[in-house]
Design a protein around this ligand. Sequence first.
Ligand SMILES: [Zn+2]
Length: 537
Amino acid sequence: MRSHAVSLGLLLATGLLLVTRPIRAADPHFDGKSWWATVSVLADDKFEGRNTGSPGERAAQDYVVGQLRALGIRPAGTQGYFQPIDLKSRTIDEAQSSIVLIRDGQEQPLSLGREAYFSTRIDLAPFVAAPLVFVGYGLQVPEQGYDDYAGLDLKGKIAVTLAGSPEPMSAALGAHYQTAAERWKALKAAGAIGVLALPNPASMDIPWSRMALSRTQASMALVGAEFNDTPGELFLATFNPEYADLLFAGSGHTFAAIAALAKERKPLPRFALPVSLRAKAQVVSEPVHSNNLVAVIPGTDPRLGAEYVVLSAHLDHLGVGQAINGDRIYNGAMDNASGAAMLLDVARALQQGHLRLKRSVLFVWVTGEEKGLLGSRYFAARPTVPEPDIVADLNTDMFLPIVPLKILTVYGLAESDLGDRVSAVAQHLGYAVQADPEPLRNSFVRSDQYSFIKHGVPSLALKVGFLPGAPEEPLFKQWLTERYHAPSDDIDQPVNLAAAGGFEDVMFALTVSVADAPERPAWKSDSFFRRFATAKP
Ligand SMILES: [Zn+2]
């Protein structure tokens, strides 16, 4: 058992006094058991994978609400604990849809699911026909004078992109400019009409076969033009890298050579392809209703009590889908019953420990994360508390306690003084921290903290980490390959309860540290993401 008798107030990081309240012996030490008990409920088959807007998701939310009520934790939504959200679903009707490559007048129909599949993340046009241009990483980064579109004629054309970013671009910067919104802004300005996206074989989390399996699942979008990131984008599809030479043949380049460069984050050639594309897409759209779930533990300071530290975690997952090994329920135990349960544990510990924190702590279980960060995006745009009073977001998504906790990976570590706080807290508890060791995976923009970052709120996301090359590394890789977004991410998998408990200790201490600090968190002066705090979208 770790001693908590040391005053955190003695700890200094970069000259900043971090905590005014000493950590007391009465502070909780989490053992992972309550966490696992909640994960086991939320990931039960009876909630049918908690798909956004589904009865299973609502039942899981009702379970969390019941727990909050029993604890006496107050609602902070717009309808009790709930913040209703209007969405629309989009489902591709593949039987009525097609993609054909045209080379030298010869037509080659693609087999949807094998060579390519449509993305319904955008409002697909019923019909497009356009030449293809390979644009490398498809990045335009003005602050680095970097432009993959310079010198290319993209007017009326479809841009073929390869996921990734060149060195020495930071992971955060590369990830931000690869988002659909940022990429489309630049491509639209260049006159393009769509995107054909090649995953980077060096950074694919899951094999193509599993990626393609989910293509006929409904995607979703927030209702409202202000939430449309891709106005004017007519075509979006993903292309199987294994068949990429169907695009590159005759161009003087092979995909193998290009992928080898991308693996090393080297500059890529960019050129018009000797092939064009014709596509027909039929999409069925339906209204969907879901909710974010919001609760608050009020702060006690007369002034700082009006400010909010947000703890967020998505409660939705993928629902019921294509069977893998005879199992159709995508339980999402790690993704993200794990984070949702962690929030509940921290809320319970704060409430039952009668800790009197200066700032209020707002617990937000968002919906629609798997559909593109929709719930958090809605919440960040229309928060249920005054937007300027949100001082931080600490997000947890799939923190993967599958090995002993020695090191935490912190997304956003160098971006704000929240990074200094988590470093001090972790050090006190005996853990190391590191920035994102896998920049190619774009993790910084892949979960709900990003919605808050875009509204100027200093944010962090934490995971159980490993050092590159450490014996744990293949275990994480194997977990992604076998369980990520698969029905086997369920409660019949090995987890390390001590690691989960240690992670909760860190999140609890970090929450206390941020809520009790005299000053609100601030972006670092050299952070790229600081711009959103001054020019809010
Ligand atoms: Zn997920």
